[in-house]
Design a protein around this ligand. Structure first.
Ligand SMILES: Nc1ncnc2c1ncn2[C@@H]1O[C@H](COP(=O)(O)OP(=O)(O)OP(=O)(O)O)[C@@H](O)[C@H]1O
Ligand SMILES: [Mg+2]
Length: 346
């Protein structure tokens, strides 16, 4: 495992009575593709701005490679921030847009030419070098913005919603592209997004944030299979949640009975989470729950069935391969492998 590059420790930031960051601590490793994920207003941009030096935190420390980062002015930090709305210079060619930052650093002509050529190859825009931004597609403009950020060879590249301006299909392509690029240039990436699919498909690890607080930091697989709390379980993928009292054999829920899980010794209030794909339709004699089909949705390779269960307020979701074999109004029976149940206490 790679070494830690960036250590964020106990960082808080208030704007008047708004707490944008509340005691945030995150370690980011060298060469990692790291995502900050959370709903609008949870503090993602503020955290990037603190890292880039455009905002001073009220408390906390940030080190990069062991050095105190907060004492350095923005232009002395080996960090580049690509803004939420990246602005290319409309009157300059692609090549000049990319070269601009290097010229400002006062590098020699030959070096600038070589580095720009290199980075345009990396992002696949060599043949568009002399075009203006208006003569490019959205995806190509995005690549120019990336090229401009990478060409300065920062140790750390911060990207704020880099793909938000793109339509769905181009966005999916650029997700793969961004990942390939990160791998190729070997720069640590911190990408902000509020799109969980995007974070899950690109990042090595993700910090899930809510209202200025980091709710969990983990790999996509761990966030999904071992959420730490209800916020994460709900935000990442879909989940069926049942609130009750924990015991060794599961969670006892008023009106529904004992919903099985393998939790070892447990007690107290808890929520049992079952992912839709872990729910199975079974014969009545094996049923844990019975419900009535209220809706079925076919989404290509799989279907989602929504059930209403007497005594439970929200619909229970079941996903299955192919098209659903049940229709609205059918009574169905449900069970799950108890080892797939997740118990949450916060
Ligand atoms: N300069 C500022 N002055 C006052 N409040 C601010 C300022 N900057 C951010 N905030 C507030 O801090 C909170 C966090 O804002 P931030 O921009 O970090 O959110 P975000 O997670 O990036 O959201 P989005 O996904 O919408 O971009 C919000 O409530 C925002 O209104
Ligand atoms: Mg933002």
């Amino acid at each position: 495992m790679n070494q830690n590059l960036l250590s964020i420790t106990g960082v808080s930031k208030n704007f008047g009575d708004v707490t944008a960051l509340d005691d945030v601590s995150i370690e980011i490793r060298e060469n990692e593709f790291f995502a900050l994920l959370g709903p609008s207003g949870c503090g993602k941009t503020t955290l990037l701005r603190v890292l880039a030096g455009f905002e001073d935190p009220d408390t906390g420390s940030v080190t990069l490679g062991g050095q105190n980062l907060l004492s350095l002015p923005p232009n002395k930090r080996p960090i580049n921030l690509m803004f939420q709305s990246y602005a290319l210079f409309p009157h300059m060619s692609v090549e000049k847009n990319v070269a601009y930052g290097l010229q400002r650093e006062g590098l020699g002509k030959d070096e600038i030419r070589d580095r720009v050529a290199d980075v345009l190859t990396t992002v696949g825009l060599t043949d568009k070098a002399s075009r203006r931004p208006a003569q490019l597609s959205g995806g190509q403009r995005q690549r120019v913005a990336l090229a401009r950020a990478i060409v300065k060879r920062p140790q750390l590249l911060l990207l704020d919603e880099p793909l938000s301006a793109l339509d769905r299909k181009v966005r999916a392509e650029m997700q793969l592209e961004l990942k390939r690029l990160q791998h190729e240039v070997g720069i640590t990436f911190v990408v902000v997004t509020h799109d969980q699919d995007e974070a899950m498909s690109m990042a090595d690890r993700i910090a899930v944030m809510s209202e200025g607080v980091v709710k969990q930091v983990a790999s996509p697989v761990d966030l999904y299979s071992r959420p730490d709390n209800l916020f994460v379980a709900d935000f990442i993928g879909s989940s069926n949640a049942f609130r009750g009292v924990a015991s060794e054999a599961g969670v006892q829920v008023d009106g529904l009975g004992l919903l099985p899980g393998t939790f070892g010794a447990s007690s107290g209030e808890a929520t049992l989470i079952i992912r839709p794909e872990d729910m199975r339709l079974v014969d009545q004699d094996q049923a844990v729950l019975a419900g009535t089909v209220v809706d079925t949705q076919f989404t290509g390779g799989s279907s989602t069935i929504a059930l209403s269960i007497a005594g439970h307020s929200s619909p229970v979701l079941v996903s299955c391969q192919g098209s659903a074999s049940v229709t609205r109004g059918d009574t169905v029976h449900l069970a799950w492998d108890p080892s797939r149940a997740i118990k949450l206490t916060k």
